[in-house]
Design a protein around this ligand. Structure first.
Ligand code: ZN
Ligand code: ZN
Length: 154
Protein backbone atom coordinates (compact mmCIF):
# COMPACT_ATOMS: atom_id res chain seq x y z
CA UNK A 1 0.00 0.00 0.00
CA UNK A 2 1.35 3.39 -0.98
CA UNK A 3 1.06 6.13 1.57
CA UNK A 4 1.00 9.88 1.18
CA UNK A 5 4.69 10.54 1.02
CA UNK A 6 4.56 13.92 -0.58
CA UNK A 7 7.29 14.97 -2.97
CA UNK A 8 8.39 18.59 -3.25
CA UNK A 9 6.72 18.68 -6.66
CA UNK A 10 3.40 17.41 -5.27
CA UNK A 11 3.57 19.97 -2.47
CA UNK A 12 4.26 22.82 -4.91
CA UNK A 13 1.43 21.66 -7.18
CA UNK A 14 -1.02 21.49 -4.27
CA UNK A 15 -0.10 24.98 -3.12
CA UNK A 16 -0.50 26.49 -6.58
CA UNK A 17 -3.83 24.70 -7.02
CA UNK A 18 -5.10 26.26 -3.79
CA UNK A 19 -3.83 29.70 -4.89
CA UNK A 20 -5.68 29.25 -8.19
CA UNK A 21 -8.93 28.13 -6.54
CA UNK A 22 -8.78 31.16 -4.25
CA UNK A 23 -8.33 33.50 -7.22
CA UNK A 24 -11.23 31.91 -9.11
CA UNK A 25 -13.52 32.16 -6.11
CA UNK A 26 -12.45 35.58 -4.86
CA UNK A 27 -11.08 34.11 -1.65
CA UNK A 28 -8.23 35.94 0.00
CA UNK A 29 -5.31 33.60 0.61
CA UNK A 30 -3.58 35.69 3.26
CA UNK A 31 -0.01 35.08 4.30
CA UNK A 32 -1.07 33.37 7.52
CA UNK A 33 -3.55 31.08 5.67
CA UNK A 34 -0.85 30.13 3.19
CA UNK A 35 1.73 29.49 5.92
CA UNK A 36 -0.70 27.29 7.88
CA UNK A 37 -1.51 25.33 4.71
CA UNK A 38 2.20 24.88 3.97
CA UNK A 39 2.89 23.64 7.48
CA UNK A 40 0.09 21.07 7.24
CA UNK A 41 1.12 19.82 3.80
CA UNK A 42 4.79 19.54 4.70
CA UNK A 43 4.00 17.41 7.74
CA UNK A 44 3.97 13.75 6.70
CA UNK A 45 1.56 12.88 9.49
CA UNK A 46 -1.68 14.48 10.68
CA UNK A 47 -0.80 17.60 12.65
CA UNK A 48 -2.40 19.01 15.81
CA UNK A 49 -3.33 22.68 16.26
CA UNK A 50 -0.62 23.34 18.86
CA UNK A 51 2.01 21.86 16.54
CA UNK A 52 0.88 24.24 13.80
CA UNK A 53 1.27 27.13 16.26
CA UNK A 54 4.76 25.95 17.24
CA UNK A 55 5.89 25.61 13.62
CA UNK A 56 4.47 29.01 12.77
CA UNK A 57 6.42 30.61 15.61
CA UNK A 58 9.60 28.98 14.25
CA UNK A 59 8.96 30.18 10.69
CA UNK A 60 7.91 33.72 11.57
CA UNK A 61 10.37 34.15 14.41
CA UNK A 62 7.61 35.42 16.67
CA UNK A 63 4.54 33.89 18.22
CA UNK A 64 1.21 34.46 16.48
CA UNK A 65 -2.10 35.23 18.06
CA UNK A 66 -3.78 31.78 18.45
CA UNK A 67 -7.29 32.98 17.38
CA UNK A 68 -5.80 34.22 14.08
CA UNK A 69 -4.32 30.79 13.48
CA UNK A 70 -7.59 29.04 14.39
CA UNK A 71 -9.44 31.32 11.96
CA UNK A 72 -6.94 30.39 9.24
CA UNK A 73 -7.56 26.69 10.00
CA UNK A 74 -11.34 27.26 9.83
CA UNK A 75 -10.96 29.02 6.48
CA UNK A 76 -8.96 26.08 5.09
CA UNK A 77 -11.56 23.56 6.33
CA UNK A 78 -14.56 25.56 5.06
CA UNK A 79 -13.06 25.71 1.60
CA UNK A 80 -12.13 22.04 1.50
CA UNK A 81 -8.36 22.58 1.42
CA UNK A 82 -7.76 20.57 4.57
CA UNK A 83 -9.68 18.01 6.63
CA UNK A 84 -10.02 17.60 10.35
CA UNK A 85 -9.62 14.04 11.58
CA UNK A 86 -11.77 14.05 14.69
CA UNK A 87 -10.62 10.66 15.97
CA UNK A 88 -7.10 11.96 16.47
CA UNK A 89 -7.94 15.67 16.67
CA UNK A 90 -5.52 16.53 13.86
CA UNK A 91 -5.45 18.14 10.44
CA UNK A 92 -4.43 16.85 7.01
CA UNK A 93 -4.51 18.41 3.56
CA UNK A 94 -6.98 17.45 0.88
CA UNK A 95 -5.34 16.30 -2.32
CA UNK A 96 -8.29 17.07 -4.54
CA UNK A 97 -9.92 20.24 -3.21
CA UNK A 98 -13.18 21.25 -4.89
CA UNK A 99 -13.31 18.00 -6.84
CA UNK A 100 -15.43 16.17 -4.31
CA UNK A 101 -16.42 16.55 -0.68
CA UNK A 102 -16.38 12.88 0.25
CA UNK A 103 -13.07 11.92 1.71
CA UNK A 104 -12.03 8.67 3.32
CA UNK A 105 -8.93 8.16 5.37
CA UNK A 106 -6.99 5.10 6.40
CA UNK A 107 -5.13 5.98 9.57
CA UNK A 108 -2.45 3.81 11.15
CA UNK A 109 -3.06 3.64 14.91
CA UNK A 110 0.58 2.94 15.59
CA UNK A 111 2.57 5.43 13.50
CA UNK A 112 -0.28 7.82 12.60
CA UNK A 113 0.60 7.76 8.93
CA UNK A 114 -2.48 8.28 6.77
CA UNK A 115 -3.75 7.84 3.28
CA UNK A 116 -6.66 9.56 1.64
CA UNK A 117 -8.63 7.07 -0.38
CA UNK A 118 -11.39 7.97 -2.76
CA UNK A 119 -13.95 5.41 -3.76
CA UNK A 120 -16.90 6.17 -5.97
CA UNK A 121 -18.73 2.97 -4.96
CA UNK A 122 -18.42 3.89 -1.30
CA UNK A 123 -19.74 7.38 -2.00
CA UNK A 124 -22.66 6.01 -4.03
CA UNK A 125 -23.55 3.66 -1.19
CA UNK A 126 -23.39 6.40 1.43
CA UNK A 127 -25.68 8.61 -0.64
CA UNK A 128 -28.06 5.71 -1.32
CA UNK A 129 -28.18 4.81 2.38
CA UNK A 130 -28.83 8.41 3.39
CA UNK A 131 -31.40 8.85 0.63
CA UNK A 132 -33.42 5.86 1.86
CA UNK A 133 -33.74 7.66 5.19
CA UNK A 134 -34.54 11.06 3.64
CA UNK A 135 -31.26 12.43 4.84
CA UNK A 136 -29.26 15.01 2.92
CA UNK A 137 -25.49 14.58 3.16
CA UNK A 138 -23.47 17.79 3.21
CA UNK A 139 -20.02 16.56 4.06
CA UNK A 140 -18.39 13.18 4.66
CA UNK A 141 -15.05 12.54 6.30
CA UNK A 142 -14.68 8.88 7.08
CA UNK A 143 -11.89 7.74 9.37
CA UNK A 144 -10.85 4.12 9.13
CA UNK A 145 -8.40 3.01 11.79
CA UNK A 146 -5.98 0.14 11.49
CA UNK A 147 -2.35 -0.65 10.87
CA UNK A 148 -0.20 0.21 7.87
CA UNK A 149 1.92 -2.46 6.23
CA UNK A 150 5.12 -1.11 7.80
CA UNK A 151 3.68 -1.42 11.30
CA UNK A 152 2.19 -4.88 10.69
CA UNK A 153 5.57 -6.22 9.54
CA UNK A 154 7.40 -4.94 12.61
ZN1 ZN B 1 -10.11 15.35 0.55
ZN1 ZN C 1 1.98 2.54 10.74
Amino acid sequence: MKFNLKSTKEIEESISRVVEICKENNLVFTEIRQKVFEIIIEHTKPIKAYEILDDLTKILGKSSHPPTVYRAIDFLIENGFIHKLNSINSYVVCFHPKIHKECYFLICKKCNIYQECCDKNLTDNIFKTADKRDFIVSNTTLEIEGHCQGCVEK
